[in-house]
Design a protein around this ligand. Structure first.
Ligand code: AMO
Length: 428
Protein backbone atom coordinates (compact mmCIF):
# COMPACT_ATOMS: atom_id res chain seq x y z
CA UNK A 1 0.00 0.00 0.00
CA UNK A 2 1.27 3.51 -0.88
CA UNK A 3 2.13 5.81 2.00
CA UNK A 4 -0.06 8.90 2.52
CA UNK A 5 1.47 12.07 3.95
CA UNK A 6 -0.34 13.10 7.11
CA UNK A 7 -1.52 16.46 5.76
CA UNK A 8 -3.02 14.68 2.72
CA UNK A 9 -5.20 12.30 4.75
CA UNK A 10 -8.78 12.05 3.54
CA UNK A 11 -11.14 10.84 6.30
CA UNK A 12 -13.02 7.57 5.90
CA UNK A 13 -10.56 6.03 3.45
CA UNK A 14 -8.11 3.17 3.97
CA UNK A 15 -4.62 4.63 4.37
CA UNK A 16 -1.10 3.90 5.48
CA UNK A 17 1.00 6.55 7.19
CA UNK A 18 4.65 6.32 8.21
CA UNK A 19 6.60 8.50 10.59
CA UNK A 20 8.10 9.12 13.98
CA UNK A 21 6.36 8.38 17.24
CA UNK A 22 6.16 11.85 18.71
CA UNK A 23 4.43 10.72 21.92
CA UNK A 24 3.03 7.50 23.25
CA UNK A 25 0.63 7.25 26.19
CA UNK A 26 -0.34 3.86 27.49
CA UNK A 27 -3.37 3.90 29.80
CA UNK A 28 -5.47 1.12 31.25
CA UNK A 29 -7.74 0.58 28.27
CA UNK A 30 -6.21 2.69 25.52
CA UNK A 31 -2.94 3.55 23.82
CA UNK A 32 -2.62 7.01 22.29
CA UNK A 33 0.15 7.49 19.78
CA UNK A 34 1.04 10.73 18.09
CA UNK A 35 2.77 10.05 14.78
CA UNK A 36 4.66 12.80 12.95
CA UNK A 37 6.00 13.01 9.41
CA UNK A 38 7.47 15.89 7.40
CA UNK A 39 3.97 17.26 6.70
CA UNK A 40 2.27 17.17 10.11
CA UNK A 41 1.11 14.95 12.96
CA UNK A 42 -1.93 12.89 13.86
CA UNK A 43 -3.30 11.03 16.85
CA UNK A 44 -3.61 7.27 16.53
CA UNK A 45 -6.17 5.86 18.98
CA UNK A 46 -5.93 2.19 19.95
CA UNK A 47 -8.49 0.37 22.05
CA UNK A 48 -6.48 -2.31 23.79
CA UNK A 49 -9.16 -4.96 24.28
CA UNK A 50 -9.91 -5.38 20.59
CA UNK A 51 -6.36 -4.91 19.24
CA UNK A 52 -4.12 -7.47 20.86
CA UNK A 53 -1.76 -7.68 17.86
CA UNK A 54 -1.18 -3.93 17.76
CA UNK A 55 -0.62 -3.79 21.51
CA UNK A 56 2.02 -6.52 21.18
CA UNK A 57 3.66 -4.77 18.25
CA UNK A 58 3.96 -1.58 20.28
CA UNK A 59 5.54 -3.31 23.25
CA UNK A 60 8.81 -1.49 24.07
CA UNK A 61 8.16 1.29 21.56
CA UNK A 62 9.04 4.74 22.90
CA UNK A 63 9.02 8.22 21.38
CA UNK A 64 11.31 8.63 18.36
CA UNK A 65 10.73 5.10 17.11
CA UNK A 66 9.57 4.85 13.51
CA UNK A 67 6.30 3.17 12.59
CA UNK A 68 3.82 2.58 9.80
CA UNK A 69 0.17 2.66 10.74
CA UNK A 70 -2.64 1.25 8.56
CA UNK A 71 -6.25 2.15 9.13
CA UNK A 72 -9.01 4.69 8.60
CA UNK A 73 -9.02 8.29 9.84
CA UNK A 74 -12.23 9.67 11.36
CA UNK A 75 -13.26 13.18 12.19
CA UNK A 76 -13.64 13.53 15.93
CA UNK A 77 -14.81 16.35 18.16
CA UNK A 78 -12.71 15.04 21.04
CA UNK A 79 -9.34 15.12 19.31
CA UNK A 80 -7.47 18.41 19.47
CA UNK A 81 -4.94 17.61 16.76
CA UNK A 82 -6.71 18.79 13.61
CA UNK A 83 -10.02 17.22 14.78
CA UNK A 84 -9.03 13.89 13.27
CA UNK A 85 -7.85 10.54 14.63
CA UNK A 86 -6.59 7.40 13.01
CA UNK A 87 -8.13 4.08 14.08
CA UNK A 88 -5.57 1.47 13.12
CA UNK A 89 -6.00 -2.04 11.80
CA UNK A 90 -2.26 -2.77 11.79
CA UNK A 91 0.94 -1.19 13.13
CA UNK A 92 4.42 -2.04 11.84
CA UNK A 93 7.40 -0.99 13.90
CA UNK A 94 10.19 -0.05 11.48
CA UNK A 95 12.79 1.10 14.00
CA UNK A 96 12.85 1.10 17.79
CA UNK A 97 14.52 4.14 19.39
CA UNK A 98 16.53 4.23 22.56
CA UNK A 99 15.96 7.06 25.03
CA UNK A 100 17.44 10.25 23.52
CA UNK A 101 20.88 11.36 24.71
CA UNK A 102 19.99 15.09 24.48
CA UNK A 103 17.12 17.34 25.45
CA UNK A 104 15.55 20.01 23.19
CA UNK A 105 16.93 22.76 25.37
CA UNK A 106 20.51 21.42 25.65
CA UNK A 107 23.19 23.91 24.65
CA UNK A 108 24.12 24.05 20.99
CA UNK A 109 27.48 22.28 21.38
CA UNK A 110 25.84 19.26 23.01
CA UNK A 111 23.10 19.28 20.42
CA UNK A 112 25.65 19.34 17.59
CA UNK A 113 27.12 16.05 18.86
CA UNK A 114 23.75 14.53 17.97
CA UNK A 115 22.87 16.87 15.12
CA UNK A 116 20.64 14.35 13.34
CA UNK A 117 18.41 14.20 16.40
CA UNK A 118 18.58 17.95 16.95
CA UNK A 119 17.48 18.52 13.35
CA UNK A 120 14.29 16.50 13.83
CA UNK A 121 12.48 19.37 15.50
CA UNK A 122 9.85 21.17 13.44
CA UNK A 123 11.67 24.45 13.94
CA UNK A 124 14.98 23.11 12.67
CA UNK A 125 13.44 21.48 9.63
CA UNK A 126 11.68 24.76 8.92
CA UNK A 127 15.04 26.60 8.83
CA UNK A 128 16.12 24.42 5.93
CA UNK A 129 12.79 24.65 4.10
CA UNK A 130 13.11 28.43 4.22
CA UNK A 131 16.77 28.37 3.18
CA UNK A 132 15.83 26.09 0.31
CA UNK A 133 13.10 28.54 -0.76
CA UNK A 134 15.61 31.41 -0.65
CA UNK A 135 18.37 29.72 -2.68
CA UNK A 136 15.83 28.29 -5.10
CA UNK A 137 14.48 31.80 -5.70
CA UNK A 138 17.99 33.10 -6.35
CA UNK A 139 18.55 30.30 -8.86
CA UNK A 140 15.24 31.09 -10.51
CA UNK A 141 16.15 34.78 -10.81
CA UNK A 142 19.58 34.05 -12.24
CA UNK A 143 18.45 31.45 -14.76
CA UNK A 144 15.70 33.83 -15.93
CA UNK A 145 18.42 36.43 -16.44
CA UNK A 146 20.57 34.14 -18.59
CA UNK A 147 23.09 33.10 -15.97
CA UNK A 148 24.67 29.66 -16.42
CA UNK A 149 25.20 27.51 -13.35
CA UNK A 150 28.73 26.10 -13.13
CA UNK A 151 30.58 23.81 -10.70
CA UNK A 152 34.21 24.69 -10.14
CA UNK A 153 36.81 22.49 -8.42
CA UNK A 154 37.25 22.60 -4.69
CA UNK A 155 40.61 20.85 -4.83
CA UNK A 156 42.98 23.39 -6.21
CA UNK A 157 46.68 23.56 -6.97
CA UNK A 158 47.38 27.04 -5.61
CA UNK A 159 45.83 29.03 -2.79
CA UNK A 160 42.95 31.28 -3.94
CA UNK A 161 42.02 34.63 -2.29
CA UNK A 162 44.96 35.51 -0.05
CA UNK A 163 47.12 32.47 0.61
CA UNK A 164 46.61 32.66 4.36
CA UNK A 165 43.72 30.82 5.99
CA UNK A 166 43.90 27.98 3.49
CA UNK A 167 43.57 24.25 4.23
CA UNK A 168 46.39 22.21 2.78
CA UNK A 169 45.71 18.65 1.66
CA UNK A 170 48.00 15.87 0.53
CA UNK A 171 47.50 15.31 -3.19
CA UNK A 172 49.43 12.16 -4.10
CA UNK A 173 53.06 13.30 -4.03
CA UNK A 174 52.34 17.01 -3.89
CA UNK A 175 50.30 19.59 -2.00
CA UNK A 176 46.87 20.86 -2.90
CA UNK A 177 44.44 23.22 -1.17
CA UNK A 178 40.73 23.42 -0.47
CA UNK A 179 39.14 26.31 -2.36
CA UNK A 180 38.69 29.47 -0.28
CA UNK A 181 36.38 30.80 -2.97
CA UNK A 182 35.49 29.99 -6.58
CA UNK A 183 36.90 33.43 -7.43
CA UNK A 184 39.56 32.44 -9.98
CA UNK A 185 37.32 30.00 -11.79
CA UNK A 186 34.30 32.25 -11.98
CA UNK A 187 36.60 34.78 -13.63
CA UNK A 188 37.93 32.04 -15.90
CA UNK A 189 34.34 31.57 -17.07
CA UNK A 190 34.36 35.23 -18.12
CA UNK A 191 37.59 34.68 -20.06
CA UNK A 192 35.87 31.65 -21.60
CA UNK A 193 33.01 33.79 -22.88
CA UNK A 194 30.21 32.48 -20.63
CA UNK A 195 29.20 36.11 -19.93
CA UNK A 196 27.01 35.32 -16.90
CA UNK A 197 27.56 32.54 -14.37
CA UNK A 198 26.71 31.52 -10.86
CA UNK A 199 27.79 28.78 -8.53
CA UNK A 200 26.53 27.49 -5.22
CA UNK A 201 29.03 25.39 -3.33
CA UNK A 202 31.25 24.85 -0.30
CA UNK A 203 33.87 27.39 0.71
CA UNK A 204 36.74 26.50 3.05
CA UNK A 205 38.52 28.91 5.38
CA UNK A 206 41.25 27.81 7.82
CA UNK A 207 40.40 30.66 10.19
CA UNK A 208 40.73 30.30 13.95
CA UNK A 209 37.58 32.35 14.46
CA UNK A 210 35.16 31.58 17.25
CA UNK A 211 32.46 34.15 16.52
CA UNK A 212 28.76 33.58 15.93
CA UNK A 213 29.25 34.19 12.18
CA UNK A 214 32.39 32.27 11.23
CA UNK A 215 32.69 28.68 10.11
CA UNK A 216 35.64 26.85 8.55
CA UNK A 217 33.33 25.49 5.85
CA UNK A 218 30.28 27.37 4.67
CA UNK A 219 27.97 27.59 1.67
CA UNK A 220 28.77 30.27 -0.82
CA UNK A 221 26.60 31.61 -3.59
CA UNK A 222 28.78 33.28 -6.20
CA UNK A 223 27.87 35.39 -9.18
CA UNK A 224 30.05 36.78 -11.99
CA UNK A 225 29.06 38.63 -15.15
CA UNK A 226 30.65 40.44 -18.09
CA UNK A 227 30.33 43.76 -19.89
CA UNK A 228 29.74 45.89 -16.84
CA UNK A 229 30.48 49.59 -16.80
CA UNK A 230 31.38 49.86 -13.16
CA UNK A 231 30.79 48.12 -9.85
CA UNK A 232 27.50 50.03 -9.69
CA UNK A 233 26.22 47.39 -12.13
CA UNK A 234 27.31 44.68 -9.71
CA UNK A 235 25.51 46.30 -6.78
CA UNK A 236 22.42 46.80 -8.89
CA UNK A 237 22.35 43.11 -9.84
CA UNK A 238 22.71 42.14 -6.20
CA UNK A 239 19.85 44.44 -5.23
CA UNK A 240 17.56 42.85 -7.81
CA UNK A 241 18.60 39.36 -6.77
CA UNK A 242 17.96 39.95 -3.05
CA UNK A 243 14.67 41.73 -3.65
CA UNK A 244 13.49 38.81 -5.78
CA UNK A 245 14.54 36.14 -3.29
CA UNK A 246 13.21 37.94 -0.20
CA UNK A 247 9.90 38.58 -1.95
CA UNK A 248 9.56 34.83 -2.59
CA UNK A 249 10.44 33.97 1.01
CA UNK A 250 7.96 36.52 2.34
CA UNK A 251 5.18 35.21 0.11
CA UNK A 252 5.75 31.59 1.06
CA UNK A 253 6.97 31.79 4.65
CA UNK A 254 6.43 35.35 5.90
CA UNK A 255 3.61 34.44 8.30
CA UNK A 256 5.24 31.35 9.72
CA UNK A 257 8.57 33.18 10.14
CA UNK A 258 6.73 35.78 12.19
CA UNK A 259 5.07 33.11 14.29
CA UNK A 260 8.01 30.74 14.85
CA UNK A 261 11.05 33.04 14.67
CA UNK A 262 9.29 36.21 15.81
CA UNK A 263 10.81 38.33 13.09
CA UNK A 264 9.58 40.14 10.02
CA UNK A 265 10.75 39.43 6.47
CA UNK A 266 11.34 42.90 5.08
CA UNK A 267 11.61 43.17 1.30
CA UNK A 268 14.12 45.98 0.71
CA UNK A 269 13.60 48.83 -1.72
CA UNK A 270 16.02 49.72 -4.47
CA UNK A 271 18.55 51.39 -4.37
CA UNK A 272 20.09 50.19 -1.12
CA UNK A 273 22.00 52.99 0.62
CA UNK A 274 25.71 53.30 -0.13
CA UNK A 275 28.38 54.88 2.06
CA UNK A 276 32.11 55.22 1.92
CA UNK A 277 34.01 53.48 4.72
CA UNK A 278 35.51 56.74 6.01
CA UNK A 279 32.06 58.36 6.18
CA UNK A 280 30.66 55.41 8.11
CA UNK A 281 33.33 55.93 10.76
CA UNK A 282 32.54 59.64 10.94
CA UNK A 283 28.88 58.90 11.56
CA UNK A 284 28.97 55.99 13.98
CA UNK A 285 30.76 58.04 16.63
CA UNK A 286 27.29 59.31 17.41
CA UNK A 287 26.47 55.82 18.72
CA UNK A 288 29.42 56.06 21.09
CA UNK A 289 31.90 54.35 18.78
CA UNK A 290 35.56 55.05 19.54
CA UNK A 291 37.61 54.87 16.36
CA UNK A 292 41.12 53.41 16.35
CA UNK A 293 43.83 53.73 13.68
CA UNK A 294 43.29 50.11 12.68
CA UNK A 295 39.61 50.85 11.99
CA UNK A 296 40.28 53.16 9.11
CA UNK A 297 41.43 50.17 7.08
CA UNK A 298 38.49 47.87 7.52
CA UNK A 299 35.11 47.54 9.21
CA UNK A 300 35.51 46.13 12.72
CA UNK A 301 32.84 43.80 14.09
CA UNK A 302 31.60 46.48 16.44
CA UNK A 303 31.41 49.03 13.63
CA UNK A 304 29.61 46.50 11.44
CA UNK A 305 26.90 46.20 14.09
CA UNK A 306 26.50 49.96 14.26
CA UNK A 307 26.09 50.12 10.49
CA UNK A 308 22.68 48.58 11.11
CA UNK A 309 21.72 51.48 13.39
CA UNK A 310 23.01 53.91 10.80
CA UNK A 311 21.20 52.20 7.92
CA UNK A 312 17.93 52.33 9.86
CA UNK A 313 18.27 55.84 11.26
CA UNK A 314 19.68 57.57 8.21
CA UNK A 315 18.05 55.64 5.37
CA UNK A 316 15.24 53.61 6.95
CA UNK A 317 16.80 50.56 5.33
CA UNK A 318 17.99 47.12 6.43
CA UNK A 319 20.96 46.97 4.08
CA UNK A 320 23.99 49.13 3.40
CA UNK A 321 26.73 48.95 0.79
CA UNK A 322 30.09 50.11 2.10
CA UNK A 323 32.54 51.27 -0.56
CA UNK A 324 35.98 52.89 -0.86
CA UNK A 325 38.01 50.54 1.30
CA UNK A 326 41.76 51.14 1.21
CA UNK A 327 43.58 48.94 -1.29
CA UNK A 328 45.74 47.33 1.42
CA UNK A 329 42.69 45.52 2.77
CA UNK A 330 41.16 44.45 -0.52
CA UNK A 331 41.96 41.58 -2.84
CA UNK A 332 44.54 42.23 -5.58
CA UNK A 333 41.99 41.39 -8.29
CA UNK A 334 39.70 44.35 -7.50
CA UNK A 335 39.91 47.00 -10.19
CA UNK A 336 41.19 50.32 -8.86
CA UNK A 337 40.28 53.79 -9.96
CA UNK A 338 42.51 56.59 -8.70
CA UNK A 339 43.93 53.99 -6.32
CA UNK A 340 40.51 53.14 -4.85
CA UNK A 341 39.27 49.55 -5.11
CA UNK A 342 36.08 49.40 -7.16
CA UNK A 343 34.26 47.12 -4.78
CA UNK A 344 32.03 46.92 -1.75
CA UNK A 345 30.85 44.94 1.23
CA UNK A 346 27.14 44.55 1.81
CA UNK A 347 26.03 44.72 5.44
CA UNK A 348 22.64 43.34 6.43
CA UNK A 349 21.33 43.73 9.98
CA UNK A 350 24.86 44.48 11.17
CA UNK A 351 26.65 41.54 9.51
CA UNK A 352 28.67 41.39 6.30
CA UNK A 353 26.90 39.08 3.88
CA UNK A 354 28.74 39.88 0.63
CA UNK A 355 31.94 41.12 -0.92
CA UNK A 356 31.71 42.26 -4.53
CA UNK A 357 33.71 44.23 -7.06
CA UNK A 358 34.55 45.08 -10.60
CA UNK A 359 37.61 42.98 -11.40
CA UNK A 360 40.83 44.09 -13.02
CA UNK A 361 40.72 42.38 -16.43
CA UNK A 362 43.82 44.04 -17.95
CA UNK A 363 46.68 41.55 -17.77
CA UNK A 364 49.56 43.94 -17.08
CA UNK A 365 47.80 45.89 -14.35
CA UNK A 366 46.48 42.74 -12.72
CA UNK A 367 49.96 41.20 -12.71
CA UNK A 368 51.36 44.29 -11.08
CA UNK A 369 48.64 44.32 -8.41
CA UNK A 370 49.33 40.64 -7.64
CA UNK A 371 53.07 41.28 -7.34
CA UNK A 372 52.45 44.22 -5.07
CA UNK A 373 50.73 41.79 -2.66
CA UNK A 374 53.57 39.28 -3.00
CA UNK A 375 51.44 36.76 -4.91
CA UNK A 376 53.60 36.30 -8.01
CA UNK A 377 54.09 32.55 -8.34
CA UNK A 378 50.80 31.36 -6.81
CA UNK A 379 48.63 33.22 -9.24
CA UNK A 380 50.64 32.68 -12.42
CA UNK A 381 48.07 30.22 -13.80
CA UNK A 382 45.24 32.62 -13.00
CA UNK A 383 46.96 35.58 -14.69
CA UNK A 384 47.03 33.57 -17.92
CA UNK A 385 43.23 33.84 -18.08
CA UNK A 386 43.64 37.52 -18.94
CA UNK A 387 46.22 37.21 -21.68
CA UNK A 388 44.11 36.08 -24.57
CA UNK A 389 41.19 38.47 -24.43
CA UNK A 390 38.80 38.98 -21.52
CA UNK A 391 35.74 41.24 -21.23
CA UNK A 392 35.37 43.69 -18.35
CA UNK A 393 33.48 41.94 -15.58
CA UNK A 394 32.53 41.85 -11.94
CA UNK A 395 30.65 39.82 -9.40
CA UNK A 396 30.01 39.03 -5.80
CA UNK A 397 29.89 36.23 -3.25
CA UNK A 398 27.09 35.72 -0.71
CA UNK A 399 27.40 33.70 2.49
CA UNK A 400 24.25 31.60 2.58
CA UNK A 401 24.57 30.51 6.21
CA UNK A 402 24.88 34.10 7.38
CA UNK A 403 21.86 35.11 5.32
CA UNK A 404 19.74 32.34 6.83
CA UNK A 405 20.85 33.33 10.31
CA UNK A 406 19.96 36.99 9.76
CA UNK A 407 16.71 36.26 7.94
CA UNK A 408 15.42 34.19 10.88
CA UNK A 409 17.01 36.20 13.68
CA UNK A 410 19.00 33.17 14.87
CA UNK A 411 21.98 34.17 17.02
CA UNK A 412 24.58 31.68 15.78
CA UNK A 413 25.74 30.23 12.48
CA UNK A 414 26.02 26.87 14.27
CA UNK A 415 22.23 26.64 14.32
CA UNK A 416 21.78 27.18 10.58
CA UNK A 417 24.54 25.08 9.04
CA UNK A 418 23.30 21.56 8.36
CA UNK A 419 26.49 20.42 10.04
CA UNK A 420 28.70 23.09 11.50
CA UNK A 421 32.43 23.03 10.91
CA UNK A 422 34.64 25.13 13.17
CA UNK A 423 38.22 24.98 14.45
CA UNK A 424 37.12 22.55 17.20
CA UNK A 425 34.50 20.59 15.31
CA UNK A 426 34.93 18.11 12.51
CA UNK A 427 32.42 15.45 13.71
CA UNK A 428 29.78 14.15 13.19
P1 AMO B 1 34.52 37.03 1.07
O1 AMO B 1 35.80 36.47 1.59
O2 AMO B 1 34.06 38.33 1.65
O3 AMO B 1 34.61 37.28 -0.50
O4 AMO B 1 33.37 35.94 1.22
C1 AMO B 1 32.08 36.16 0.71
C2 AMO B 1 31.02 36.00 1.79
O5 AMO B 1 31.10 34.73 2.39
C3 AMO B 1 30.71 34.80 3.75
N1 AMO B 1 31.81 34.36 4.61
C4 AMO B 1 31.68 33.50 5.64
N2 AMO B 1 30.61 32.86 6.14
C5 AMO B 1 30.81 32.03 7.19
N3 AMO B 1 32.01 31.79 7.75
C6 AMO B 1 33.12 32.40 7.28
N4 AMO B 1 34.32 32.14 7.82
C7 AMO B 1 32.99 33.31 6.18
N5 AMO B 1 33.85 34.05 5.45
C8 AMO B 1 33.12 34.69 4.52
C9 AMO B 1 30.37 36.23 4.02
C10 AMO B 1 31.16 36.96 2.97
O6 AMO B 1 30.64 38.23 2.67
N6 AMO B 1 35.82 36.08 -3.70
C11 AMO B 1 35.13 37.00 -2.83
C12 AMO B 1 33.74 37.32 -3.33
C13 AMO B 1 33.72 38.12 -4.62
O7 AMO B 1 34.38 39.17 -4.67
O8 AMO B 1 32.99 37.70 -5.56
C14 AMO B 1 35.07 36.40 -1.43
O9 AMO B 1 35.28 35.24 -1.22
O10 AMO B 1 28.97 36.39 3.83
Amino acid sequence: MERTLINNIVPETEIKISGWVERIRDSKNMIFLVVKDISGHIQVTIEKASNEEIVNALHGVIANSVVSVYGVAHLSDYVKMGGIELIPTKVEVLSVAEALPIMDNANIDNRLDYRWIDLRSNKNILIFKIQSCFTNAMREFLVKNNFIEIHTPKLIGAASESGSDVFEVKYFDRKAYLAQSPQFYKQMAMAAGFERIFESGPVFRAEQSYTNRHATEFSGFDIEFSYINSFEDVMSMEEDLLIYALTKVKEEYGDIIKEVFETEVIVPTKPFPRMKLADVYKEIVKYGYKETEEDKLDLSTEAEKLVYNLAKDKFNHEFMFITDYPKDKRAFYHMRKDGIPQGYDLIWRGVEITTGAQREHRFEILKQQAEEKGLGKDVEFYLQFFKYGCPPHGGFGLGIDRITMLLLNIPSIKEVEFIFRGPNRILP
